[in-house]
Design a protein around this ligand. Structure first.
Ligand code: SAM
Length: 309
């Protein structure tokens, strides 16, 4: 029996690796991003493994051992405090751009008393975000493109956007839209996967191979560098007096390997989805390992951005 199980797992591992190598999820347009997230939401794998948050965790500085899901919640509080969003009074209006299934929006509403609007390009995510939000939590969710926000200028006290930029080709327009809807004196909080500044040091041949997978496997057209996206925020016609940045690579790095260990700690989250779920989990594993390598070796950096006028 053990031998049969071993060969079944091996079969799905090989199939998953085969799919990874021949079928990527190359970015084509916002539509391809929406399709990818619709699929990731509907198959439930991500939610069963990662919970309500589709972003990295914060493991402290220096990083320490922590529960995988708690680290994600801690990340939200760390960014609220670092960005200054936490100083906004209760009842402030906060926009969560690229809200996933609403995990962060609910924390901002429940723990800080904000009135939150979450938007995502994925209709399945918005449907799931609404299902997961209990009555009484002040969050509303809409399908909307971050590059064409159907929102009046200066109508939010806070704008939040986490791990969205890599899915967006027009980085300047993304920066412009985030700043356009923020009122004077409001707080901006952004966190993203960034590549190192390539004007400092070009990609090596091996890094180019890795970078191609990091882009093509998860519908990313391009990564900005931290300084490059700061420049986008500074260059915007809606720019504020200052844009401050920090590098949280070290405190978020454990998330990558922990997301694989989480699959081992909660095998039923994957096995409960049957053989297809198992194959899909194996299919994502090489990209997660490459991300870990890239963030450990200086190819990728985790950037945070704040702005307040
Ligand atoms: C890595 S997930 C992060 C989700 C969420 N911010 C979180 O922290 O859990 C990226 C999110 O960006 C959204 N997204 C990507 N491109 C978008 C666009 N052009 N407009 C709106 N949402 C977008 C995806 O639908 C997804 O919700």
């Amino acid at each position: 029996m053990a031998l049969i199980s071993f060969f079944i797992v091996l079969f799905f591992l090989v199939l998953g690796l085969f799919l990874w190598s021949i079928r990527d999820r190359k970015f084509e347009s916002g539509l391809s991003v929406a399709t990818a997230y619709d699929a990731w939401t509907e198959d439930k794998l991500l939610e069963r493994l990662w919970g309500e948050h589709i972003h990295l965790g914060h493991y402290g500085d220096p990083p320490r051992k922590k529960d995988f899901r708690l680290a994600k919640v801690d990340f939200v509080h760390a960014l609220v405090h670092w960005s200054g969003l936490g100083t906004l009074p209760k009842g402030s209006r906060v926009l969560d751009v690229g809200c996933g299934i609403g995990g962060t929006s609910r924390i901002l509403a429940r723990d800080y008393g904000f009135d939150v609007v979450g938007i995502s390009i994925s209709a399945s995510q918005i449907k799931r975000a609404k299902e997961l939000t209990p009555a009484g939590i002040k969050c509303e969710f809409h399908v909307m493109d971050a590059l064409a926000l159907d929102i009046d200028d200066g109508s939010f006290d806070g704008v939040w956007s986490v791990e969205v930029g890599p899915h967006i080709l027009q980085k300047q327009l993304y920066a412009d839209e985030l700043l356009r809807v923020l009122r004077e004196g409001g707080s901006l909080a952004i966190a993203d996967w960034n590549c190192r500044d390539l004007s400092d040091r070009k990609l090596t041949f091996f890094e180019r191979l890795v970078m191609r997978q990091l882009l093509n496997q998860w519908a990313h057209p391009e990564f900005s560098s931290i300084s490059g996206f700061r420049q986008n925020l500074m260059n915007s016609p809606f720019s504020r007096d200052s844009v401050e940045i920090d590098d949280w690579t070290a405190s978020t790095l454990p998330s990558w390997l922990e997301s694989i260990f989480e699959g081992l700690r909660r095998p039923w989250a994957v096995l409960g989805l049957g053989p297809i779920g198992l194959m899909k989990a194996f299919r994502e594993t090489p990209t997660i390992l490459l991300m870990h390598w890239a963030f450990s070796n200086g190819l990728m950096r985790f950037g945070v951005f704040r702005s307040r006028s």
